[in-house]
Design a protein around this ligand. Structure first.
Ligand code: FAD
Ligand code: SIN
Length: 527
């Protein structure tokens, strides 16, 4: 097997991966030997990620915003998180938002401003004040990704590899020493002092999702197989308003941002009944789990596969939401006149690889940042626009921690002796697609917005059947097979965690255990 050596390998080119690479590279001296370089690998093209599609924006508690405070943001985050947040993490991330936003400007990120040059701040569900920055109206992720990708490409200390999937970590004595990757139909062993997982979420494990194709939960499976500690694997967030029209090109559903409700849009059913007042006094701006359940219930009550978002009363919605306007128009919907058909879809994963605020996992020299990490910020239900903030603050902090801990970088360390001798096998692509589709259907039907013991056991049985048909526990033939292998592992973890939590809390709603326990406890998984 081919071998190489780097000081740090970062896996993923979403905002967490790109920004970590840039902040780490700031600390490198130019002209360092090749083996001390930072390598960033990504399984698709550079920048393709959940981050790219982020719409609503990024929370910023700006020092000069007299209407806001860290305490207010912390309170809103804790209320949404339903008792499972780590208050220190919430406070830390909120306190650092101003600094990180200003730093992102140095990398060419341009947040929308008013005519006086002040940042435009919007509101989303469960925020008590306007504190969300956005770019290009409703294309926040795309604009940030474009700026960071440009900076990364220009940086001589960062080497890039696209269409390369991380398969497994090399771990000895609970210390990560590198990883095995697969790309160009070949395997490579990469020895590295530090490995950083920035692999994003798992929305593609569900039939209906806002996430792009790559969100197959790889990082959770990779970390689990290596023996890292995972937690709160039952907490999948469903966004209330995905466009209820399948986008076959992208294999997902286009998001209609919560910011549209933040600016005043209302939800109604097919009978033109505006129902949110029946579900929560905060109506359209109740936390996301509540609005998602309300939409789902109203769809069931009216025997319909969607509800509707009415944005017709907004002032100039096409200017404020150009991307949404354009996408709806492709389906013949004029958002200034027509109701938009929407339905809930899997959107975000609150659980993941347990880390502290330096990004450290339970395995030495293995770090995790962004949606794949569980820092304690989100608890049982993420507050809108807190994810991009978490990616940025944790990337900044982890890079700073690595800079101050030179002992992690001992480039003379003994090389990992790999036992891996691998032969690339043939693949039956239609079988892989069929099994992925079966997995996504059972996850949607049985491990979705509502779940109970019977549905969860049914899903577990289905996944075991899929696993038997797949029958490739180790080496696979292509990226699609590796994804399926990971999806099977992670599906089992999500289902087992959901079975264990015999209460309803935040996004985890058990129809057979409606109560919320007095004491909030994390669920944990170690292989
Ligand atoms: P990602 O951006 O998902 O990046 C993961 C990267 O890892 C990808 O490049 C992927 O290809 C790569 N990867 C994965 N596995 C492997 C592997 N095995 N080997 C190699 N590479 C791998 N959050 C907000 O705060 N505000 C918003 O407005 C907002 N809007 C959203 C809108 C949509 C449609 C979606 C889907 C999400 C939105 N979110 C929003 C959530 C937010 O975008 C994500 O949580 C965040 O961007 C995650 O960033 P990340 O860098 O951790 O992961
Ligand atoms: C949205 O724009 O509705 C998504 C915001 C988020 O996921 O934080």
């Amino acid at each position: 097997m081919k071998k190489s050596k780097y000081s740090t390998v970062i896996i993923g080119s979403g905002i967490a991966g790109l920004y970590t690479a840039l902040k780490l590279a700031e600390n490198c001296r130019l002209g360092i030997p090749a083996q001390q370089k930072i390598l960033l690998i990504t399984k698709s093209v550079l920048g393709e990620s959940n981050s790219y599609y982020a719409q609503g924006g990024m929370v910023a508690v700006l020092k000069d915003n007299k209407n806001d405070s860290v305490q207010s943001h912390v309170n809103d985050t804790l209320i949404a998180g339903a008792g499972l947040n780590d208050e220190n993490a919430v406070k830390f991330i909120s306190e650092n938002s101003d600094k990180v936003i200003k730093d992102l400007l140095n990398f060419g990120v341009e947040f929308d401003r008013d005519d006086n040059g002040n940042f435009k701040l919007t509101k989303e569900a469960a925020h008590s004040v306007n504190r969300i920055l956005h770019c290009g109206g409703d294309a926040t992720g795309r604009e940030i990704e474009i700026a960071l990708v440009k900076s990364v490409k220009e940086n001589k200390n960062i080497e890039l590899r696209e269409n390369t999937i991380a398969i497994d970590l090399l771990v000895e004595n609970n210390t990560c020493k590198g990883l095995i990757v697969f790309g160009n139909n070949d395997y490579e062993q990469i020895n590295s002092e530090v490995v950083i997982l920035a692999t994003g979420g798992l929305g593609q494990m569900y039939k209906y999702t806002t996430n792009p194709l790559g969100a197959t939960g790889d990082g959770f499976a990779i970390a689990y197989r290596a023996g890292a500690k995972l937690r709160d694997m039952e907490f999948v967030q469903f966004h209330p308003t995905a466009l209820a029209i399948d986008d076959s090109e992208h294999h997902n559903r286009f998001l209609i941002s919560e910011a549209v409700r933040g600016e005043g849009a209302k939800l109604c059913d097919k009978n033109n009944y505006y129902y949110m007042k029946d579900y929560d006094k905060r109506e359209e701006l109740a936390p996301r789990d509540i609005v998602a359940r309300a939409n789902f219930s109203q769809m069931n009550k009216t025997n319909s596969d969607c509800v509707y978002l009415d944005a017709t009363k907004l002032e100039n919605p096409s200017k404020r939401f150009p991307t949404i306007t354009k996408k709806c128009a492709q389906f013949g919907i004029d958002i200034t006149k027509d109701l938009i058909p929407v339905a809930p879809a899997a959107h975000y994963f609150m659980g993941g690889i347990e880390t502290n605020l330096n990004g450290e996992t339970s395995i030495k020299n293995l770090f995790a940042i962004g949606e794949c990490a569980s820092t304690g910020l989100h608890g049982a239900n993420r507050l809108a626009s807190n994810s991009l903030l978490e990616c940025a603050v944790c990337a900044y902090k982890t890079a700073e921690y690595l800079k101050n801990n030179n002992s992690l970088y001992q480039c003379e360390r003994e090389e990992f002796q790999s036992e891996h001798n691998v032969e690339v096998k043939n693949s039956d692509e239609s079988l892989i697609e069929d099994l992925k589709s079966k997995l996504k259907t059972t996850m949607w039907q049985n491990v979705g917005i509502y779940r109970n013991e019977e549905s969860l056991n049914k899903a577990l049985k289905d996944i075991k059947q899929i696993e038997q048909e797949f029958n490739k526990p180790d080496y696979c033939a292509n990226i699609g097979e590796y994804e399926l292998r990971n999806m099977i592992i992670v599906a089992k973890l999500v289902i087992k965690s959901a079975l264990q939590r015999k209460e309803s809390r935040g996004a985890h709603y058990r129809t057979d255990f409606l109560q919320t326990d007095k004491i909030a406890k994390h669920s944990e998984f170690i292989k």
